[in-house]
Design a protein around this ligand. Structure first.
Ligand code: SF4
Length: 322
């Protein structure tokens, strides 16, 4: 386990998007999570569970509806102003899911990677160029790639450019928003290995968002499982993966494809029945009740709180079975 000093802490972090007629999309609903220095926390769940919105709200790309987020004990703004981005961009960055749409096609790779230095530091053109060249090498590309455009690169190379862009300011904390899900399986491991090397050499703390658990469990120290905007389980990656407690986590893991094609052929096909419910005007009660094989009357009446399992201080589950 990593060092235990809290770096980023959210308490009841909430992001609702208002709709016409007073309705609200409950994208993120009261998420409390502590991410420690140099730790990798995997945030997992199906598409539409609010994982990306949580990451974006945490680093200020969305205003917070309610709740707090702190960085080394200092409150992060509820609504970021330009001066806040100026300050916090050097500490917190994001690597985006889609390396195709997240890079401006009209900018050269050098301009894309160097933009953060231009905006947030006093470095001159020559120094920025030098740093960009160094970062291209660090992510496995060539310094002379800086004059090319994003379309001249493969998906894996573009994600390397996205990583260089996020890390050139040497942040401590990086939200990796499904950084490999748009890539071919053959290059996913290369990008994960690169992130792992950079994490070790720079002492980074990562929130690693993913819907595919097979990679995440290898890189994460702890995993947090999200369902319909709320956390349902937190534990070490091994505990959550090999001994899931929440019925949703259990099904999510059982339905995760086996990387080994031979084992996958023999795996009983397990899928989560029913659709993830609408996040509009979420009702009280357990959010997983309409899909849960263990549903009880109390589940439809009372919202289960995320609480520590007896005798396991690191293990939290939100379910009336515990
Ligand atoms: Fe299932 Fe009830 Fe637990 Fe929700 S609280 S996961 S419905 S058993």
């Amino acid at each position: 386990m990593s060092e235990r000093n809290p770096l980023v802490v959210t308490e009841g972090l909430t992001k609702h998007f208002p709709l016409r007629g007073g309705h609200r999309v409950h994208a993120v609903d009261g998420v409390s999570l502590t991410i420690h220095e140099k730790e990798i926390v995997g945030l997992v769940g199906e598409s539409g569970s609010g994982k990306s919105t949580y990451g974006k709200t945490l680093i200020g790309l969305h205003d917070k509806t309610a709740g707090t987020a702190t960085y080394r004990g200092e409150a992060l703004p509820a609504k970021y102003q330009p001066k806040d981005f100026q300050r916090w961009a050097k500490k917190m960055q994001m690597i985006f899911q889609d390396p195709y749409s997240s890079l401006n096609p009209r900018m050269t790779v050098g301009e894309i990677i160097g933009e953060g230095l231009k905006l947030h530091t006093d470095l001159g053109k020559a120094e920025i160029r030098e740093r960009v060249g160094e970062w291209l090498k660090k992510v496995g590309l060539e310094p002379d790639h800086m004059s090319r455009y994003p379309h001249e690169f493969s998906g894996g190379q573009r994600q390397r450019i996205g990583i260089a862009r996020a890390l050139i300011l040497e942040p401590e904390f990086v939200v990796c928003d499904e950084p490999i899900s748009a890539l071919d399986v053959s290059v996913q491991a290369q990008v994960i290995n690169l992130l792992d090397e950079l994490k070790a050499s720079m002492g980074l703390t990562l929130l690693f968002i993913a819907h595919d658990l097979s990679m995440v469990r290898y890189v994460s120290d702890r995993m947090a499982v999200m369902y319909l905007g709320a956390l349902v389980e937190i534990g070490t990656a091994g505990e959550v993966f090999f001994d899931p407690k929440h019925p949703y986590t259990e099904i999510l893991i059982a339905s995760n494809p086996e990387p080994d094609p031979e084992k996958e052929r023999h795996r009983a096909s397990t899928t989560i029945k029913g659709e993830i419910p609408s996040p509009v005007d979420v009702k009280p009660g357990c959010r997983f009740a309409n899909r849960c094989p263990h549903v009880m009357d109390v589940c439809r009446r009372e919202t289960p709180e995320l609480k520590t399992l007896e005798g396991q201080s690191e293990r939290l589950v939100a379910c009336h079975l515990y």
